[in-house]
Design a binder for this molecule. Sequence first.
Ligand SMILES: [Zn+2]
Length: 95
Amino acid sequence: MQLSEQILALETTLMQFATEFQQLAEQVQKLEEENERLRQQLSPEELSTAKGLGGGQEALAKLYDEGYHICPANYGREHQGGCIFCQEVLSRVTK
Ligand SMILES: [Zn+2]
């Protein structure tokens, strides 16, 4: 492969990255909006008072499983697993 071809290939790869990055950014934007919407629908205070009404703790556990914080400090943000505050919230609502 000649240098000019290599550069061309590199440019193509970079363009693809740029496109993918753009798509990712749009996805993140959508998720942020969705999070905001969900956050307004379900505040942690509402969820803790809803305990025993059914559904609430399941929704929380599901949200946590899907990778979102359910603890008040980071509610609705993505977690990388093992947030002790989320686990505390979960253990409280599932008792
Ligand atoms: Zn958390």
